[in-house]
Design a protein around this ligand. Structure first.
Ligand code: CA
Length: 227
């Protein structure tokens, strides 16, 4: 699966150069020219990684990084901070903001790619850890789901749905967001298909008395909640 990278940089020439090199390295790349545009892009679709310039016109890259890492829905986005300064104290405050790594301008695209791959590998391995929410445990590697009563039998689509929900508890997903993330943006299926699979998922969970975790939010979509 291609990884999605968001480049946040106000200087068009640098942003364009970064985007060009990343696309050539086979990443899906989106660009944002300031923190506001970055927040919008992140809300639309979570990137796997964001490259954030320290100096942005509307708010600092540091603030943006803190916001991403403090927000439960976005904190798994890996972040590489870019700065023109090389002082050690900047490096420390960059990392204490929650950035996963740090590069100093000027840097080679080779150096940046090495950092990106290292950061993505690290965040990938934490993504392979089993997720437990309430009485449910989902293993992303073996694709098995169980409760204290035993294994939950799920089809592949229901598994992907449940995984998405368990990765982002309390977050409401609209039908089109679910279609986009579970079926993929290129697949054409009707919104109603989502409801069919939600029903199947609930049915499978019902046997373990945890179907209440999948909640309908009227007029908005669905969420996973223990409450
Ligand atoms: Ca800048």
């Amino acid at each position: 699966m291609r990884r999605d990278i968001l480049v946040v940089e106000d200087e068009g020439a640098i942003r364009g150069m970064l985007a060009f090199n990343l696309r050539r390295a086979d990443f899906d790349v989106r660009e944002a020219e300031d923190a506001g545009a970055a927040r919008k892009a992140i809300a639309e679709r979570l990137p796997d990684l964001a490259i954030i310039d320290w100096m942005l016109p509307d708010s600092s890259g540091l603030e943006l990084t803190r916001w991403i890492k403090r927000t439960p829905e976005t904190r798994d986005v890996a972040i590489i901070m870019v700065t023109a300064r090389s002082q050690e104290e900047d490096k420390i405050s960059g990392l204490s903001s929650g950035a996963d790594d740090y590069v100093t301008k000027p840097f080679s695209s080779r150096e940046l790619l090495a950092r990106i791959n290292a950061v993505l590998r690290r965040s990938q391995s934490s993504r392979e850890d089993p997720i437990t929410r309430g009485r449910l445990t989902l293993n992303p590697v073996s694709h098995r789901v169980h409760t204290d009563k035993g294994a939950v039998a799920l089809g592949p689509t229901e598994f992907r749905l449940l995984r998405l929900f368990m990765e982002r508890p309390e977050r409401v997903f609209s039908r089109s967001q679910l279609l986009d993330r579970v079926w993929g943006p290129a697949v054409f299926v009707e919104d109603r298909t989502v409801d069919v699979h939600i029903r199947r998922l609930r049915k499978a969970l019902e046997a373990h008395e945890v179907d209440r975790y999948i909640q309908t939010v009227r007029g908005a979509g669905y969420r996973f909640s223990l409450q």
